[in-house]
Design a protein around this ligand. Sequence first.
Ligand code: SF4
Ligand code: SF4
Ligand code: FES
Length: 420
Amino acid sequence: MVNIKVDGKLLTVPKGQNLVSAAKDNGIFIPSLCYFEHIEPPLGTCRTCTCKLDGKYQPACTMKVYDGMTVEINTPELLDMRKSLVEMMFSEGNHFCPSCEKSGNCDLQHMAYELGISVTRFEHLFKDRLIDYGPKRIIMEHNRCIKCKRCVEDVVTDDGKKVFTYQGRGNETFVGIDYNEEPKLSEEQAIAAMQMCPTGAIIVRGVSMAHPFGDREFDIHSEQKNFTRRFTKAHKPAGMEKKVLATASLAGCFGCHMSMLDIDLELLDLVELVTFNKSPLTDIKKFTGRCHIGLIEGGVCNDENIETLREFRKMCDILVSVGECAVWGGLPAMRNTIPLSECLEEAYLNCVTSEEGANVVPYHEDLPKILDKVYPCHEIVKIDHFIPGCPPSANHIWKSVKHLLWGEEYSILYSEFKYD
Ligand code: SF4
Ligand code: SF4
Ligand code: FES
């Protein structure tokens, strides 16, 4: 046994044990994504587990404990660094959780919940990536691969041949699948590969990952015993005077507004406590004065959306992005990986529901001008708070709004904080 110090706490652990496992055995959470206990040596590809070991930044999953080792895990700098690494994975891939088979069972999504990520600080790249339908049994969804290398190291046929390989170099690296070896996997082996992939990049044809909402692996399971998401300090409570709310729906499905209506009996409280200014809920189309809080649903897809959003920023003290589309484009942003001209041609000329003989994409000076892509709201104006979810639950929206307006204390529960 050896003695190590973790965030100032002395632990006695078996000599040579992996640091992530040693910490876990002692109830200490080191966030890790690519680490799989049975893969030796550890892959060390994601760097989510970066800690300060004897004063130096190192990935904890590649380290074995030794006597006198000092480990720093939860300094503000390390927390932020780790968060930014996972945010980069989201902005680098095309992650649309509400439409993903792995949602709720996804290690990447789970890690983002654990780290309290509601939005990425980086611009989304929205690269045009292949979905490979070539293999016999598996579909490779390259949009979701985080290049963790688990499949490359761990998936082999019965005669020991690798099924997945890294191809390309540097930024162009991708995980290729061997079309000759893949059919040799049994159905069980293919399903095991799908389950071992931390994201929804490996899908087995005809096999659903679906479990009912609330019953999926990461719906209620948090690694951190006392999971409380840090919620930015609210404005100072200013008594319970009536507050003024404004809402808008941009490029979205109106689902977040429907969720707001789902707050049931609390709607009665709401009527007592707030008045609505501009809002499609009340059909008030113009601002008649300043508002305490503006709630925005939907991403920004045309020039009219930009104008509305800028007006909200001008007229509201606190501006909140509500729901996946407002937070990072959501489902409407699925068009961002395809050139706009192709989207319009498909919608107006070539789709099965197009008018017979249709040969023009509608254009008129009164029609809003469509942007090259759908933008999250914070890329257009400053946003003060983000409430992710597709849609976020009514309870969650209402609790967040109350917190922001009256400074009521509010810890966001793990089970409440969702991207889908
Ligand atoms: S569930 Fe996971 S793999 Fe799927 S889109 Fe979300 S983060 Fe990506
Ligand atoms: S396909 Fe899945 S397991 Fe393979 S590298 Fe990508 S994310 Fe990792
Ligand atoms: S978990 Fe350590 S590098 Fe990925």
